[in-house]
Write a new protein. Structure first.
Length: 175
């Protein structure tokens, strides 16, 4: 059995500390050698842009890089910039509270002709053993049961929905 991707992460501040630069470089080298996509929990665009430079220098194509937590970047122009470079832009953390912002992000990508580089995720779960009452658990159904139908009501076509939920994730992992 083979893994699906290489997962890493950096803090939200740029410039990246040397240890995080090494971590991203190691993930990129492993991705370039194995053919796996690298997904990095990042957040704002500044560290994602720095990661892009590192991965390209290590020989990993931008299309094999997923910028995770891109929804934390408030400037759509930066979402567009990285997508135009070939990076997968993942709007993560989808929930009832964030649905309007996620919709705005997806609409911006669609209007820019970049929906083909957008990914969507809930970042659900969050059960913490040992926490009082196990903490507040977030289920895994919001995206498919609530947000996907909302996208259709908001004017996204079935083809665009299929692209977001089926085609793009498959392409991101296939490279």
């Amino acid at each position: 059995m083979r893994p699906g991707l290489i997962k890493t992460g950096v803090n939200k501040d740029a410039p990246l500390p040397e240890i995080e630069r090494k971590l991203v470089r190691a993930a990129a080298l492993a991705g370039a050698q194995s053919g796996l996509t690298v997904a990095s929990h990042t957040g704002p665009a500044a560290p994602a842009l720095e990661e892009l430079d590192i991965i390209q220098a290590a020989g990993l194509a931008p299309g094999r890089f997923i910028w995770v937590h891109a929804h934390n970047e408030r400037d759509h122009a930066l979402h567009h910039r990285l997508a135009k470079e070939g990076v997968w832009v993942e709007f993560d953390g989808l929930s009832e509270r964030s649905a309007d912002w996620h919709l705005e992000c997806l609409r911006s990508m669609a209007d820019a002709g970049l929906l083909g580089k957008a990914l969507l995720s809930q970042d659900a779960g969050w059960y913490r053993p040992g926490a009082e009452r196990g903490s507040r658990y977030r289920g895994y159904t919001y995206l498919l049961e609530t947000f996907a139908p909302r996208l259709v009501r908001e004017g996204f076509s079935q083809a665009e929905l299929d692209q977001l939920l089926i085609t793009n994730p498959a392409r991101a992992l296939a490279g």
